[in-house]
Write a protein that binds this ligand. Sequence first.
Ligand code: GTP
Ligand code: MG
Length: 526
Amino acid sequence: MDIDEKKIVDIEEEIRSLQLDSADTTEMIAEDNNGVVNAEDEIAQHEELEKVDKMEEDSKEVVHNQAVEVEKKVKEKENSALDDEAAFEKELPKKRHLNVVFIGHVDAGKSTTGGQILFLSGQVDDRTIQKYEKEAKDKSRESWYMAYIMDTNEEERVKGKTVEVGRAHFETEMTRFTILDAPGHKSYVPNMISGASQADVGVLVISARKGEFETGYERGGQTREHVQLAKTLGVSKLLVVVNKMDDPTVNWSKERYDEIESKMTPFLKLSGYNVKKDVQFLPISGLIGTNMKTRVDKSVCSWWGGPCLFEALDATEIPQRDPKGPFRMPIIDKFKDMGTVVMGKVESGSVREGDSMVVMPNKAHVKVLAVFCDEDKVKRAGPGENVRVRLSGVEEEDILSGFVLSSISRPIPSVSEFEAQLQILELLDNAIFTAGYKAVLHIHAVVEECEIVELLQQIDPKTKKPMKRKVLFVKNGAFVVCRVQVNNLICIEKFSDFPQLGRFTLRTEGKTVAVGKVTGLNLSSA
Ligand code: GTP
Ligand code: MG
């Protein structure tokens, strides 16, 4: 093994040891129904028993009758709870649900591919496509008509660039999917981060067109940045679709496909993906819809014997989350609609109509009036689901994105200071990283200015152990443990407890400079 190879292997291992691997879930302490329903039952039972206590002076017979009555009531309650549970189970959708984020460099074909998926799964009819074809032509963007399915606002259609994360749903035989179509342009990376933080699976779209793969893959190109962000944000599986295979400069060339795969593979490894287990490559044409719902015809592409996109999506496995864990839902958006409606992805636990919960960090006690999954009202939603929850007890203006809807018995901690292990990726102008460094912290739905207040230890990339000597500054590529402060209270968790709520990125002037995980919470800073 030559030195360079060894270096890469070392760095790879280092990244793994940083445990930025989302499969690294930690066991959570199981808790029944957020502790809420049970607590109520307990109170009810307790009250009944108190009644019994009062009767003690009465005749034995009366006491006996009362006790029988109490027992009956408790039994009834238990039975109705069981019925409820059975009803919930029945209502739970039989298909599993996956959130898929489309990422990749600007113009790679994310919206086109997303739009094509909706067309192929029968959600958009020919008439609508014809309408979009005309609209795209009028805007001199003929080839963008498929992207118009996902790019719904005027600015996006005129410029041919996604700005807001598009959201849509489709189903295969086995799975219900929520598609999140992220923008590729570098100005909108914060929107991409919010999209990726809601997803378990990423479709990394790469343009095979001559010159386009190269621009996306260059330093500063979003192919690289999106991959690093996706890994940090918890996207555990990647389907790398080599798109625009129909383009005249590509023409389904195996050579071009192999070139892209061989260049991407070491980079994906460096970013922390286990390429054998977590990554799958496949060729497609999003515009024409080839190798998407059905496998590409041999007359078009003789050398591809692998799956089509729908098959590959259907076959992705993601780590199971605990439906009985303490409830955690970072709020990504909110609006008023017969109460306050909050939107987000359930990261742990379950939510059901009638639950009492708390919004952190402002500790607002709320009642769940209704739960919506996709467009449907449901009685209960579990981890991994993207939901809208209607609440009473809190005003819409008192909620900010990044707040977390939590169970009352184990609310999420809120802090203004925490300890973290960081990997410095690329500092602006190769600056040095010292105490006093300011950046924007992105952690689940939180976006906050932060300051590094102290570097605690540098980690030796070779031995993976903390170095003894005091560290005052570090440079690109370094691993360092430090103390981070924010001005407002934020709700986060230790990475080892809840990976999704404990991993973050630091960005400066629109560039991702570091990724990291929370290793300690300064609870006295709350
Ligand atoms: P942003 O949202 O700006 O990041 O771009 P995007 O990745 O969503 O790309 P979009 O779908 O808007 O497509 C950009 C251009 O690439 C459009 O002109 C599409 O017609 C073209 N395109 C997308 N997929 C294909 C494909 O499979 N083949 C060919 N030939 N062109 C494609
Ligand atoms: Mg787009």
